[in-house]
Ligand binder design. Sequence first.
Ligand code: CA
Length: 237
Amino acid sequence: MKVLIVEDELKVVDYLRSGLTEQGWVVDVAMDGEEGTHLAIEYDYDVIVLDVMLPRRDGFAVLKALRLQKSTPVIMLTARDHINDRVRGLREGADDYLTKPFSFLELVERLHALARRTRAQESTLISVGDLYVDLIGRRATRDGVRLDLTAKEFQLLSVLARRHGDILSKTAITELVWEVDFESHTNVVETAIKRLRAKLDGPFRTKLLHTVRGMGYVLEVREARDLREIREDARQS
Ligand code: CA
């Protein structure tokens, strides 16, 4: 079993690392949120232990970035009196939480339970209309034809596909694809969207990538909604 610990308190890190290693776990450690995000996305873990209060990027931001790419089980470490942290963590995709200070045996038990529960569940193939995005194989097809995408274009498409039906702002896309905020450089997003759109929608009659004026972009099948609206109109008139 492979676990990632994202925690900045050296005492807790040492305690967990030696305890888990003794039990036969392979342990990686990140001591800030940025490194944690990088490791969590780049490598495959059976489970991740994620502290909320972290330097550079807090636990919620790490979780948010991770969830757009992967469903690795996450147990969050929250402070005793921060009930809101627990609620927020679970709502944003944490699988479990533990309140500090916690017992080591309880943590180990929860880690085993999570790793077992979620092992076979990961959804790695997303479909939107005739578009299929294979997150593991890192390929996308439309109507059975493979789309020839650059790494960045694929990443952009993955972000949109994981949240298909939701409008994503340029700022959100910038953070998720480029992992920085460069508010003043939103034309980077526009350019990337334009390139992706040419490959994704250009050759096809049904358009999937839509611009929502003043709000952002959404990946969805519009026809179905239009039909519903038409039916609704017909019913009302
Ligand atoms: Ca901390």
